[in-house]
Design a protein around this ligand. Structure first.
Ligand code: MSP
Length: 568
C-alpha cells in the first residue's frame, strides 16, 4: 500500500492573558478547515493549537486579578479550549508552554545552541514592549498625541514632548527602557543562509507581498537578538545560567516541534485537563514520539508575527538541527537537504476591522465568537469571514453585510433548497428517490471538483466557497426551470428526475463544503438519509464518495437546516 501523505498545520499559540476574540477565531478556523480538507483528501493530518503562557503580561494580569499565576493560567487554558470545543475544532494537540514536555524540549534546544556557540552573553540596552513581548527600536514606534490620541510616524523634525510620546503602534503604550545582562542568539551568522534559502524557495511565505516585506527586512542586515531576561522568575530557566529565563519567542516558537516530539497518545488525554504532571515515568508515558511528522507543512500566522516565524524560526531550527554548511568564506550556506527540517510554508493573513473600525475593547466592537455565534449562527461567522476577503489581505467585518450574505447563501440558496427536496420527495409515490437518467448534465463537473480540490491544496478557501455558491445558484436555477413542485402533481417520473438531480447535486456540494461547515453538512446528509458519511470522509475518501451514485430514502420532514435571520 502506498504511504499515506502526512500533513501538519499549526495556529500561533495565543497569549493566555485573555479569551480568544474574532481575530483568533479567524486563524483557528482557517487551520481547522485546512486540516479537515487534508483529511478528506486522504492525508494523515495533524492540527495543533494552544496557549503561550510564559509571558510577562500573563503575570501582570494574574496579579491584577489577585490570583496565583498557575491558577490564572489553568483558568485561561480552560476558557480557550471551551471556545475551540464550542466550534468543534478537530485539533490533535492543545499545547501549553508551562507543560513539562515543553520545558524539557526548550532546555535541550538552548543547551544545544549554547554548546555550539550560537548563544553568547552580552548586555541588552534598549526598549521592550511587554504587551508585544518584543524588543523595540525607534523605527518600530510612533508618536502619540496625548490630547487627541492621534498617532503619526516618528520623523527627525518632530521631537518628543510632554504631549507627544513615543509608543508602540499596536498597544499605544510606552515601552520599558531596560539595561540588563542577556544572552543573545547569533542570528547574524545565518544571514547568507537565510537569503539563499529564500532565493531557492520563493513559496516559503504566502502571499507574495508579505514575503517581499520579509525579504526587504532581511536585506537590511540581521542583528543578533536577546533570548533571555534577567528580571523574570516565572519562565523557563536557561540550563546554563539559572539566573536568567528564556525570552518568550525562543520558547514559544518551539511549541510546534514539542508537540511532535511529545505528542499526546490520544486526544482523550487532553480531556484530563490540565495535564497531570505525575511521577516522571507516568508523565512521559502519556506521549509518543511523532517527530516523523516534522516539519510542519503550514504555519498560519498574522502579519504582526511574520518576522518571528519567517526569520527567527528557520534560523533557530538551523542552529538546533545543525543545518547549513560552512563555506571557504567562513559563511554559512544553505544546502538542499536543509529544506527537510524547515517548515514548508507560512500562510500570513492580514488584520481586519469591524464595521470599518479597529477591533478595540474601548469601542465595544470586539466580537466574542461564541456569544456572537449563539446570537446568530456559527456558520454565519465562518461564511462571512472566509468569503468577504481573501486570506492575506486586510479586510473589514461588516455586521449587516454578514447577515445579508448568510440569509442569501446559506438560509435561501442552500437551506431552502434542501428543505424543498425533502418535503417534495415525501410526496413521491415511490419509497426511495432514484433515477437512472444521464447524470452528467446536472452534477458538479469533474473539472470543478478537481478545481475545488486544487483550491483546498493551495489554501484558496474563498475560491472553494465561491465555486460552491456559484454551483448552488445553478442548482436553484435548475429548480426554477424544472419546477418539481408543479411536476409532482402532473408527472411523477419527471418530478423524480428533477428531485433526484437536485439531491445528488446538493450531496456533492455538501461534500465540498464539508470542511467549512462539518456539523451542518452532516445534518444535511442525515436529512437525505445518507449514512456513515463522517467516517468515510475521515478515511480520506472524498473522491470515491463524490463520484458515487446514491439512492435517497427520505422519510421525515425536519427542521430547517439554516434559520433565516431577521435583519430588522
Ligand atoms: N503568542 C504569540 C504567538 C506565538 S506563536 C509561536 C501571539 N499571540 S496573540 O494572541 O497576540 O496573537 C495570535 C494571533 O492573533 C496573531 O497572529 C495575531 O495576528 C492575531 N490577531 C490578533 N488580532 C487580530 C485581528 N484584529 N485580525 C486578525 N488577526 C489578529 O502573537
Amino acid at each position: 500500500m502506498q504511504d499515506q501523505k502526512r500533513f501538519y498545520v499549526t495556529t500561533p499559540i495565543y497569549y493566555g492573558n485573555g479569551v480568544p476574540h474574532v481575530g483568533h477565531f479567524y486563524t483557528s478556523q482557517i487551520a481547522n478547515i485546512i486540516h479537515l480538507s487534508q483529511k478528506i483528501l486522504g492525508s494523515d493530518s495533524r492540527f495543533t493549537t494552544g496557549i503561550d503562557e510564559n509571558s510577562q503580561k500573563a503575570v501582570i494580569e494574574a496579579e491584577t486579578a489577585g490570583l496565583d499565576i498557575m491558577d490564572y493560567l489553568d483558568e485561561m487554558a480552560y476558557k480557550h479550549r471551551e471556545v475551540w470545543d464550542f466550534f468543534n475544532f478537530d485539533y490533535t494537540d492543545f499545547i501549553r508552554t508551562t507543560e513539562q514536555r515543553h520545558h524539557s524540549l526548550v532546555q535541550e534546544v538552548l543547551q544545544h545552541c549554547f554548546d555550539k556557540w550560537d548563544i553568547y552573553q552580552g548586555v541588552y540596552e534598549g526598549m521592550y514592549c511587554v504587551w508585544c513581548e518584543a524588543f523595540k527600536k525607534d523605527d518600530d514606534l510612533v508618536f502619540l498625541n496625548k490630547t487627541s490620541w492621534e498617532t503619526f510616524p516618528i520623523t527627525p523634525k518632530v521631537v518628543e514632548s510632554d504631549n507627544l510620546i513615543k509608543v508602540c503602534p499596536d498597544h499605544l503604550k510606552t515601552p520599558d527602557t531596560i539595561k540588563e545582562k542577556n544572552y543573545f542568539f547569533k542570528l547574524s551568522k545565518y544571514q547568507t543562509w537565510i537569503q539563499e534559502f529564500y532565493e531557492s524557495h520563493p513559496e516559503f511565505v504566502i502571499p507574495d507581498h508579505r514575503f517581499n516585506e520579509v525579504r526587504a527586512f532581511v536585506e537590511r542586515g540581521l542583528e543578533d537578538f536577546s533570548i533571555s531576561r534577567e528580571t523574570n522568575t516565572f519562565w523557563i530557566p536557561l540550563p546554563f545560567d539559572n539566573s536568567q529565563v528564556t525570552y518568550v519567542w525562543f520558547d514559544a516558537l518551539f511549541n510546534y516541534y514539542t508537540s511532535c516530539r511529545y505528542s499526546p497518545q490520544n486526544t482523550s488525554i487532553l480531556n484530563s485537563f490540565p495535564l497531570e504532571e505525575k511521577e516522571a515515568t507516568d508523565y512521559w508515558s502519556q506521549f509518543v514520539d511523532e517527530s516523523h511528522m516534522w516539519p510542519a507543512d503550514l504555519h498560519i500566522v498574522g502579519k504582526d508575527i511574520i518576522r518571528f516565524h519567517a526569520i527567527f524560526w528557520p534560523a533557530m531550527l538551523a542552529s538546533y538541527f545543525g543545518l547549513g554548511e560552512e563555506g571557504s568564506d567562513w559563511v554559512i550556506h544553505f544546502k538542499t537537504s536543509d529544506r527537510e527540517k524547515l517548515p514548508k510554508q507560512i500562510l500570513t493573513w492580514g488584520f481586519f476591522t469591524i464595521d470599518g473600525q479597529k477591533i478595540s475593547k474601548s469601542l465595544w466592537n470586539v466580537i466574542e465568537p461564541v456569544e456572537y455565534s449563539k446570537e446568530y449562527s456559527k456558520e454565519l461567522l465562518t461564511l462571512y469571514i472566509l468569503s468577504a476577503f481573501p486570506i492575506g489581505n486586510d479586510g473589514d467585518y461588516d455586521r449587516q453585510d454578514a447577515v445579508l450574505m448568510y440569509n442569501a447563501k446559506l438560509a435561501n440558496n442552500l437551506g431552502n433548497l434542501v428543505n424543498r427536496v425533502v418535503v417534495l420527495s415525501l410526496k413521491l409515490d415511490s419509497e426511495s428517490l432514484f433515477c437512472e437518467k444521464d447524470r452528467s448534465k446536472y452534477l458538479v463537473t469533474d473539472t470543478e471538483i478537481r478545481k475545488a480540490q486544487e483550491y483546498y491544496q493551495n489554501y484558496n478557501l474563498k475560491w472553494v466557497l465561491d465555486l460552491c455558491f456559484e454551483n448552488l445558484d445553478g442548482l436553484n436555477k435548475y429548480a426554477d426551470e424544472t419546477e418539481p413542485w408543479k411536476l409532482i402533481k402532473e408527472d411523477q417520473e419527471k418530478a423524480t428526475e428533477s428531485l433526484y438531480a437536485l439531491a445528488e447535486w446538493l450531496r456533492q456540494i455538501g461534500l465540498l463544503l464539508y470542511p467549512f461547515f462539518p456539523e451542518k453538512m452532516l445534518e444535511m446528509f442525515e436529512k437525505l438519509w445518507l449514512k456513515g458519511y463522517q467516517e468515510i470522509l475521515d478515511w480520506g475518501w472524498l473522491d470515491e464518495l463524490i463520484h458515487k451514485q446514491e439512492e435517497f430514502y427520505i422519510t421525515e420532514k425536519w427542521e430547517a437546516l439554516f434559520q433565516r435571520i431577521d435583519i430588522s
